[in-house]
Design a protein around this ligand. Sequence first.
Ligand code: GLA
Length: 735
Amino acid sequence: MEICISNELIHLRNDRISYVMGISDEGFVTHLYFGKRLESLNTVNIYRRFGLPESGKITLSGCQLDPSLNGLLLDRVPQEYPSFGLGDNRQGSLTVMQEDGTTTVDLRYVSAIVTEEKPKLSGLPATFGTNKTLLLTLFDALLQLEVELRYTIFDDCDAIARSAVLRNKGKQRLVITNAMSLSLDMPDANYDLLTLSGAWAREREWVRRPLVFGEQSVSTNYGASGHTTSPFLALLTPGTTETQGEVYAASLVYSGNFYAGVEVDRFRKARVRMGLNKDGFAWQLAGGDTFCTPEAVLVYSAHGLDGMSRQFHCICTNHLVRGQYAKAPRPILLNNWEATYFNFNEEKLLKIAQTAADVGIELFVLDDGWFGHRDNDTSSLGDWTTDLRKLPDGLPALSKKIHAMGLKFGLWFEPEMISPDSDLFRTHPDWCIHIDGRPNVESRHQLVLDLSRPEVCQHMYNAVARMLTDAKIDYVKWDMNRNFTCIGSSYLRRDQQMELPHRYMLGLYSVLERLTHDFPHVLFESCAGGGGRFDMGMLHYMPQTWCSDNTDALCRCEIQYDTSLIFPPFAMGAHVSAVPNHQTGRITPISTRGKVAMSGCFGYELDLNKLSADELEEVRKQIRFVKAHRMILLYGDFHRLLSPWEGKDTAWMAVSPDQKQAIFVLVRSHATAYEMPPLVKLQGLHPAFVYKIQETGECYTGAELMQFGLCCPLPDGDVASVSYVLEAVTEGEDQ
Ligand code: GLA
C-alpha cells in the first residue's frame, strides 16, 4: 500500500486497487481514476474523455460549447469535492453560506500529506487499523474555509475510506447546508444502480435498475438510517453477477439521516455522492469551529457482488468492529420476547432459563417489560428501575439466579426514548424532541429524547451504567423504536435547530463510546424495531445488530441474504422462533429455522418448554452444531450461491480462511413434484482439495464442486432445507 504524490498526480494504491487524482495549474483537484490497480497513468486519455484540454488546464471563465476557444467551465470536470457556484451545475458536495447570504464555494489545492496514524474523526465512528491516510487540504480564500479531504487506503481490503473536515479559519459565521462525505465522478454512466429498500419486517430488499439521466437516490430523514433503505449504493457494470463484473460501491459509517445517490449528466457521466442528508440540515460554523462529515467506505470489486461483499466484510471484520467480541465466538442466546412478550414474572422466566441452560444455551436475555410499570408499550420508557410486581426480588437477584444456572444474563433497553407516562417525562417534559406550541406526535406511545442536550446524554449513560453494574449484565439489546417528528430542541439556539438530527447522533455516539469503554465485557446488540438502524456506524460500537423483527425462516432467507451484501454473518442477530410464526403465520420445520438462524448470531426466541421431546432434541443438536462450527459460520468467507429473488431455492456457504472447512445451506421455499434435486455451484473452495461431505461421506474435489456443482436432494415438504459440512481430507496439487 502506498500513496505517491507528484506535482500533478496523487496515486493511492494497494496490490489490487488504485485511486488517482490530479491537481490542475489553477489548484482544482480532479478525480481521474478508481478501480483495478494501475502501474502508471497517462492522463491525456482521461482528460480527452472528459472534454478537457490535453494539458489538463482548467480555467474558470470558459466557453460552454467549445472548450478549445477559451478555457473550460467546471461543468465537465471530474472533481474530488465539487461545489456549486463556479460553473459546475451538477449536484455538489459542499454548500456553505457566508454572512452576505451567498453560497458559492471556490476550493483550491493547498497541500497533500500522508500519515500512518489515521486522525480521529471527532465524535464519529470510523474505520481504524493498519492503513495510510492522505490529508488533502483545500482552501477558499474568500470564505477563509479550509477543507481537509481524508482518504485512507488499506492493505487487506480493496477500499478507500473518505471523509471531509471543514474548518472556519476566518471571523465570519458560515452556515454549512450540504457537506458530503464522498463524491466520485465516473467516466461514463453505463451501470446498474443497486440500492436497498424495505420496511419494518421486510428490511433491505435489493433494487437493481439501470442508471438514467438525472438524479436517482435513496435517503432518509427519520433520525435513523431507517427500515426503508440503507446508507449504501453500488454501481454495477452491465451483466454483473455474483462472481463476474465490476462493482463500485459505498457504505456510510453513520446511523442518522443520510443521502446516497447518483446523478447522470448531459455528457452521460455519473456522479456518485454519499453523506449527510442535506434536507433539514444546516450547521453553524463560527470562526475557529470545525465540522467533520461521517466517513464513507468506497470499495471496488472486479469479481461481481461476491467480491464487493468480501471487501465490505473485510472492513467490518478488521477495521470497524471493536472490543472483546470482535472476531470472538458469540454466545448462543435465548430471548424471552416472542416467548412471553410483556407477560412474565420471575417464575416464568426462570423456568424458560432453566430449560435453556439444560439444552446448552449460554445467554438468557430479558427483553422489554422489566422496568417501571410496563405491561404494554404505553408507559415507562425512561424509568429504568425494576418493576417489582413482576420481579419482586429485583433484577440483581434475578441475574444472580440466572448466572447460577451457568448462563450469562442480558437485558433489553430502549434508552433513547421517553414515554409520556413516565416519571422521567413528568420531571423533565422538555427533555424530548419537540416544538413548543405544537402537540407531540407519539409513535408506539413514545417520544424521542433530545440527545443534543448534554444532561440528557449524561442521564442516559447513568441509567444504563447503573443497571449494568447493579445487575451484572453481560449483554445489552439496545433498541430504538420510532422515528423523529416535530424536530425541535428547547436546548439549542434558534439558528441551531437544523443541527438537531446530527447533534442527536453525536450525543448517542458519545454515550456509546463511554459505555463500551467502561463496560468492555458487555456484548451490545443494536436494534431499531428490528433492523431499522443496521449500518456501519452502529457496528463500530455494537458488534451485532438484530436483523429484523421478522423471524419467519423464509423471510429471513431474503433479509439475511440481502443484508450480507454489506454485512458479514457475525453482524446479524438471527433466532429460531415458534410456529406458526408470529409475523407471517407460516409453519416451517424447526430444522430449517435452525439452519437459517445459524447463519448469523444464533439464538432462540421462544418458550422451549412448549416444544415436543423431538423438537427439543433437534434444539440440542443445533446447539451442538453451532458450538462446533460457529467460528466458520460467523467469520468464514460468506458466499451467496442462489438468490431467493430468482427462484424457490436460496443457498449460501461459509468457508474457513484456510479453505479446509466449509458449511453449506440450501432452503427451498415450497415443494414441487417430479423435479431433479437442485444443483448448486459452490464457491471459495480450493480447487485441488478433496472435500468429504460429513453428512454423506462422499468426496469431491473443490474444482468439481465449483465447476459442476453439488446436487442437493431435499426432504419433502415446504420450506425444506439441507446443510452440509465439507472437510478437506487431502490437499491435492494446485491446479
Ligand atoms: C422492538 C424489537 C423487538 C422487541 C420489542 C420490545 O420491536 O425489535 O425485538 O425487543 O421492541 O418492545
